[in-house]
Structure formats: C-alpha cells, structure tokens
Design a protein around this ligand. Structure first.
Ligand SMILES: Cc1cc2nc3c(=O)[nH]c(=O)nc-3n(C[C@H](O)[C@H](O)[C@H](O)COP(=O)(O)OP(=O)(O)OC[C@H]3O[C@@H](n4cnc5c(N)ncnc54)[C@H](O)[C@@H]3O)c2cc1C
Length: 510
C-alpha cells in the first residue's frame, strides 16, 4: 500500500475511530523520529537490510524565523556551515600569508562579502538537502516532513500540512530528534538574540557581536567572526570549554586573546534592549564582583548550551523514561520500553557529535534487522574545536587521567613546536603545542592525545585509530614521522612534564 493510501486509512479523524485500527500487523518495521545524522543513518541502514522504514523530520522555526530542510543540525546549522565559515576565515589569513610567499595580492585590505558567503554556504546546504531527499526516495525510505509524537508505544501521531491528524504504527521506533540551542531567561533574549541556528543564514553583517557562552560552539563562532573581520566578545560564565582538558582549553583562550578576541570572564547577561539606532544594549553583571555593566553590540549570539527536543514527543504516552531533557538508554540504545530506542544528541550522557550519532544509528539498525550483536563503543571518541589554531583530542584529559589512575601513575609528555609553513609569513607559534598522556609503567599505554595547531582534526583522526588499537609511548617513539609535518611532532615527544624541562624547541626542526 502506498504511504498516501496508508495515511488515509489511518486517519485519526474522528479520534474515536481509533479502536477499529488493527494493531496485530504494523504498518512499518521501523519508524524513525528525526531526519538528522543519527536518524537518517539508522533509516538507511535498516532499508538496506530489508526493513520497511518511515522517517519523520520536522524543523520548528527559530524565534527570528530561520528554518531549514531535511538532514538535521550537522548539515543545516552545525558542522557543515560551521566548517565552511571556518574555512572562509582561514582563507582571510591565507591571503595575507600569500603576500609573504611572493603572491602579488594587490589589495591588502581585502574584506569578505558576508551576504555572498552566506549565499554560497546556503547553496551548498540546499544541494545537500536535495541529495538527501533523492537518496531517501531511491532507497525507498518513506519520508514525511512532519513532527511525529507518540500515541502509544507502537503508534506515532502526526499532522501534515493538510491539517488532518494521522496515526501510523511500527514494530520498532527510534527517537533521533536531537537538540536545539537554549535561550537565557532574560528580557529581550528571544526578541533580539540569535543562535547558531540563525548565524549561518543571517542576512545582515553580524558586526560587533557578543557571543554568550564559551563552549566549543561559542568559541568557534567568535573565531570565524573575527577571521571575517568582525569584532566578537565572548562572555564566559565560569570556564572556557567545560569538559575538555584544562591546560589545552586555557591555551586556546590565550590564543584567541592574542588574536584580539575580547573575553568578559565570570559575567552573565541581564537584559537585551534594542536602541533607537537599531543596535543592542546588553546589560550584564560580573558574578564574582557583582559589578553591573552594559555595552552596545550589533548582534547577540546565544551559545549557552543545547536542550534535547523531548517536549513535543508526548513520551509519556509510550512510557519512555527521561532525565532532564534527554532520553535514558542502556548500552544498546534501548529505552525502558522494549521496542523503543534512541540515538544521537537526544540520549543522556553520551558525546553529542555527528559521527557518534551516525555510527550508533547504523549499528542499531544492524542489530534490529541483520542479526548483528555489535554495540556502539562510546569511549575514546576524537573531537576538534575549529578555532584558527584548531584543538583536537582523543581519549582522556590530563585531569581525567589523574582522577582515574592517580597522579603518580601517569606520565605526560609535551612540547611546543614550530610549523615550517609559519616561518615565512612570521605567524605566531606561541600556541602550537601538543601532549600525550600515558601510563607511567610498562610500554606506557597512551590514555589521551592533545594537539593544538593547524588542521588538528586531520592530525588526530589517524592517531584516534591508533589509540583505540592500544597505542603505547614505546610504539609512538618507534614510529617514523613524516617530515616536515606537524603531526610528526607526536613521534618525537621526549620531555616529560614532571622533569620541569622547557618544552620549547630551539630551532625550526627541533
Ligand atoms: C554549531 C554547531 C556545530 C557543530 N559542529 C560539529 C562538528 O564540527 N562535528 C561534530 O561531530 N558535531 C558537531 N555538532 C554536533 C552535531 O551537529 C550533532 O551531534 C548531530 O547533528 C546530532 O545528530 P542527531 O541525529 O542526534 O540530531 P539532529 O542532527 O539534530 O537531527 C534531529 C532532527 O530531528 C528533527 N526533529 C525534532 N523533533 C522532531 C519530531 N518530533 N518529529 C520529527 N522530527 C523532529 C530536528 O528538527 C532535526 O532535523 C555541531 C553542532 C552545532 C550546533
């Protein structure tokens, strides 16, 4: 039966006719709520194993009206546009470096065209949305652009554009609805502030921008705005990059400061008002001194964290357990209701990253429909903060290693280094730094690797596979480097932190 006929048959108008719907046979083998990284991966893998799959995706517009197509956060308002803006900002630096390398770049005051950049980014996103829809159609994943909510543990209720209510049933249901940015509960927050959901399609130049929040999203936004020639200020409530290695986080903040990005430490906003000239007056106070201040910005960008989108799911109708705004799952992504699972950002206590959502979704589909028993391993997931000098890491922070193994049982090797390509344009090498956190005994199993410098994500990705395979310091030291790269610095770490020796290299080639 076509989906259209099926929906007519399952129409919930009037509601009380529900009793006549036979439940013995489900309409689908799998319904996925959420067409983002995790949901789409799960849906596509499931059809590959012969399942009949229906996927719902729906985007609630932001308070200023931004909305987008299928594909979820990563494609539309996350990793992809962020990386493109990061690249745009790095290219600004590269133009100036090019002059030092002999390129004749006549206009030294080159400025980006914000509207043109936004258009290019949005065009790319739209092409990805299109390819995603075609891919779903070709693979025969039924796709409905509607918000789905539980009617009971096997039934999803939804209201498509025509306004009629429908239900549809499934043996399994996977919740992959992700999250959205939080807004502070202060006057003017929603009326005048924007978030990462808006910035990548923002039709006017951001200008002087207050970025509230110093998690990775806030820092990345501040950095690409700076690189594009705007003037960001980061308001930090407590610490930068909570959850990351402290030394690396502080180095990253120092690197941003060196690039004239302002920080307002231990401050929180109290209100945002629009002035008669259209600019935004932000009143805030320092939580340490209680001193009240105010400043005027062109844009206020909230980056104070994200909340799971459980409120519209009517989870109580299915009896699914939640914690705060997340869904509680076990090691096989199963909720407390046997046929209901969850993957991606919506699950409690797991890394909120695209590749995590994708792999978890795929593995789940294989377990449900292909007899697999393989579970997602959430340990040692590598990640990168895309600031101008990127910071990437895998495994434990120094603090986690100390907490887990004890300070006397770990060794930290570290070093500053000088990327060869930084010399001619005389770029600052002050924050090019890396460290390996390892066990102190035996072959010295590596517990964590941390790298700040150019293309950190590319560097750490390979080391992440090595670390997952049980990499030791002994092996690392016996690995021949690729010269001249910055990744090779990991193979020549010799200075331990406990030695107190200066980790600064004397020459360009150590
Ligand atoms: C600015 C930013 C930058 C990021 N950068 C990176 C990065 O560099 N690398 C990285 O790995 N991760 C990054 N992330 C995180 C990454 O985007 C998420 O971890 C990932 O998208 C989570 O996938 P998901 O499938 O769980 O949810 P999502 O991708 O958010 O998809 C969920 C989808 O479900 C829809 N939905 C919600 N409720 C319903 C409903 N009731 N019915 C139907 N549909 C519904 C949502 O609108 C959305 O389309 C970034 C995030 C942000 C915000």
């Amino acid at each position: 039966m076509s989906l259209f006929k099926l929906l007519r048959a399952r129409s919930l108008v009037p509601h009380r006719q529900l009793g006549i719907v036979a439940k013995s046979k489900y309409d689908f083998d799998l319904i996925v709520l959420g067409g983002g990284s995790g949901g789409l991966a799960c849906a596509k893998e499931a059809v590959d194993h012969g399942a009949r799959v229906l996927c719902f995706d729906y985007v609630k517009p932001t308070p200023v009206g931004t909305k987008w197509g299928v594909g979820g956060t990563c494609v539309n308002v996350g990793c992809i546009p962020k990386k493109l803006m990061h690249q745009a900002s790095l290219l600004g630096e590269a133009v100036h470096e090019a002059v030092a390398y002999g390129w004749n770049v006549n206009d030294q005051n080159i400025k980006p065209d914000w509207q043109k950049l936004v258009k290019s980014v949005q065009n790319h996103i739209k092409s990805v949305n299109w390819v995603t829809r075609v891919d779903l159609r070709d693979r025969k994943v039924e796709y409905v652009n509607s918000k789905g909510a539980f009617f009971d543990d096997h039934t999803i209720e939804f209201v498509p554009k025509c306004g009629k209510r429908y239900i549809v049933t499934s043996e399994y249901i996977v919740v992959a609805v992700g999250g959205r940015p939080r807004y502070p509960d202060i006057p003017g927050a929603k009326e005048f502030g924007i978030t990462s959901d808006d910035i990548f399609s923002y039709d006017k130049e951001p200008g002087r921008t207050l970025v509230v929040g110093a998690g990775y999203v806030g820092l990345e936004c501040a950095c690409f705005l700076k690189g594009l020639g705007y003037d960001p200020t980061v308001m930090v409530r407590s610490i930068v990059l909570r959850g990351f290695d402290r030394q690396m986080s502080n180095l990253l903040a120092a690197m941003m400061l060196e690039r004239d990005i302002n920080f307002l430490h231990t401050c929180i906003p109290d209100s945002v008002e629009r002035q008669t000239d259209g600019r935004l007056l932000v009143k805030y106070h320092n939580t340490t001194t209680q001193a009240e201040s105010s400043d005027v910005f062109d844009t206020v960008l909230w980056a104070i964290g994200r909340k799971g989108l459980i409120e519209d799911l009517n989870l109580q109708a299915a009896g699914v357990k939640t914690q705060n705004d997340k869904i509680v799952v076990d090691a096989s992504e199963a909720t407390n209701v046997p046929n209901i699972f969850a993957v991606g950002d919506i699950i409690h206590g797991r890394p909120e990253l695209t590749p995590v959502a994708i792999l978890a979704g795929r593995l789940l589909a294989r377990r449900l429909f292909a007899g697999s028993e393989e579970r997602m391993d959430y340990s040692d997931v590598a990640t990168t903060v895309f600031t101008p000098l990127e910071y990437a890491c895998v495994g434990m922070s120094e603090e986690q290693a100390i907490e887990t193994h004890g300070v006397d049982n770990i060794e930290v090797l570290h070093g500053y280094y000088k990327p060869t390509e930084f010399f001619i344009p005389q770029k600052s090498v002050r924050y090019c730094y890396l460290k390996a956190v390892a066990e102190i005994n035996g072959d010295q199993k590596i517990l964590g690797l941390h790298y700040m410098g150019p293309v950190a994500g590319e560097v750490i990705q390979g080391f992440a596979a090595a670390l997952k395979s049980g990499l030791t310091l002994k092996t690392l030291r016996n690995t021949v480097g690729i010269h001249p790269t910055t990744a090779e610095e990991f193979t020549r770490l010799t200075i331990t932190k406990r030695s107190g020796r200066d980790p600064t290299p004397a020459s360009c080639c150590s």
